[in-house]
Design a protein around this ligand. Structure first.
Ligand SMILES: *Cc1c(COP(=O)(O)O)cnc(C)c1O
Length: 437
């Protein structure tokens, strides 16, 4: 029986002990990454220059359950298990008779789900004897997460931040520096590709694709350094599945059945994968029928408008070719506030699941996203991250759809982060100046 409680807190000793890998349950195996020169499947040798062996093994693993190392679990316990909430007051605000739950990742050290993978990646690199991690960041959520994780395991952290964010959004840079990281605006003069990009595009304010190229170049030329990516790749999706696995246990604590509908925002796809893949496991192996919807920004609609083909993950063409829904590696999105969603491609595993009709997708304009986010904040008291607003808006559109009798439905929303450092975006929305992109 469901009850009137609001928070469903899993005890620490019931935190999941394994991550879940969707690959073996996919009806059709996902197409492998390709070496761009030979167009043959990329082998461990293609990745070994920038990733530790353990993460490469996870990237290509066909094991269903992969154990979470004790040292990672110990750090996870600083904020995990994260809470699952029943959104009673949001339900009332919407006037819905559905039961709405949200899984909240905003109580992590940097306020988003990204620490779930950052801590794991730093751990495996430390274990492999690596001294320094190089990465890119847009608005700074991933850079902050990796800065924290490197600090925990005694690694140096070198972050290339998209120049536009570096110049206009100082707070996350300060967060990164507080955790001990070194932050460089990208494109920079520190790398060959950065110098080339600055020569070709003297006025560029940067992009994630450019910053990725710089971080990879730097990692590849230093034997003691590796590269680290905050989304997209299979091992990142894997680390995030602790979100959905906890949620399964928490719904049971709530006396609830599996959700009818699940909504998560999708940039590179990692929080969507993390929340939804354990539910897809139920669909694929236990006859469940959880409907999963990816909520992407209309400004970077890779699933709903992109093509499913091999493409590079970065502007410089340094990454292996990934089969994914993509808008093209040189796509430059409108400057919407949800920086974490402004990526040209989509996780190959999420892309495969979408191609195999295991989930669907909707593109959401940022004003609609913020309208939903403000409604949510006023009801629940949490100001959501700009990105998370897309998931809330997806749920709101579903619950308000005229042809939907939501009575008694169970709806689950992924609240991937809090918006404490996104307040300028809220100011833009509240003052009516936000562009309708
Ligand atoms: C980075 C970020 C996202 C988007 O990344 P995914 O890999 O698609 O999850 C979403 N929400 C928040 C709060 C983020 O920081």
């Amino acid at each position: 029986m469901t009850d009137e409680r609001t928070k469903f807190l899993l005890p620490e000793d019931q935190m999941p002990t394994h991550w879940y890998n969707l690959t073996p349950d996919l009806p059709t195996p996902p197409p492998p990454p390709l070496n761009p020169a030979t167009k043959q499947p990329a082998g461990p040798a293609d990745l070994a220059a920038i990733f530790p062996e353990a993460l490469i093994a996870q990237e290509v693993s066909t094991e269903r359950w992969i154990p979470i190392p004790d040292a990672v679990a110990e750090i996870y316990r600083l904020w995990r298990p994260s809470p699952l909430y029943r959104a009673h007051r949001f339900e009332q605000a919407l006037g819905t008779k559905a039961r709405v739950y949200y899984k909240y990742e905003g109580a992590s050290p940097v306020g988003s789900h990204k620490t779930n993978s950052a801590v794991a990646q730093a751990f495996y690199n430390k274990q492999a004897g690596i001294k320094r991690l190089c990465t890119e960041t847009g608005a700074g959520q991933w850079g902050a997460a990796l800065s924290f994780a490197c600090q925990v395991f005694g690694l140096t952290c070198d972050v290339w931040q998209v120049r536009n964010s570096y110049e206009t959004k100082p707070y996350r840079r300060i967060q990164m520096e507080t955790f001990g990281a070194h932050v460089t605006p990208s494109p920079s003069d520190r790398t060959e590709i950065g110098r080339q990009l600055r020569e070709r595009f003297p006025d560029t304010t940067g992009s994630l694709g450019m910053a990725i190229s710089e971080a990879i170049e730097e990692a590849a030329k230093d034997p003691h350094a590796n590269y680290s990516l905050g989304s997209v790749l299979n091992h990142v999706a894997l680390h995030q599945t602790i979100i959905g696995l906890e949620t399964l246990a928490q719904l049971e604590l709530a006396g609830e059945r599996l959700p009818d509908h699940l909504f998560a925002c999708a940039g590179g796809g990692s929080n969507l994968a993390g929340l939804s893949f354990p539910f897809l496991h139920e669909n694929l192996t236990a006859g469940a029928s959880v409907h999963v919807r990816a909520c992407e920004p209309a400004a970077a609609p890779s699933l709903t408008q992109g093509e499913y083909r091999y493409d590079f993950g970065d502007t410089g063409g340094f990454t292996p070719l990934l089969k994914m829904y993509t808008l093209g590696a040189d796509f430059v999105p409108a400057s919407v506030h949800a920086g974490g969603l402004r990526y040209h491609g989509m996780s190959p595993l999420v892309s495969a699941a979408y191609d195999q009709k295991l989930l669907d997708a909707v593109a959401i304009k940022q004003r609609d996203a913020f309208a939903a986010g403000v409604l949510f904040a006023r009801a629940e008291g949490i100001i959501p991250a700009s990105e998370s607003n897309h998931a809330i808006a997806g749920a709101v559109a579903h619950l308000r759809a005229a042809d939907n009798d939501a009575d008694g439905q169970v709806v689950l929303i992924g609240l991937s982060g809090n918006g404490q450092l996104d307040l300028p975006a809220y100011a833009d929305y509240l003052s009516g100046t936000m562009i309708d992109a």
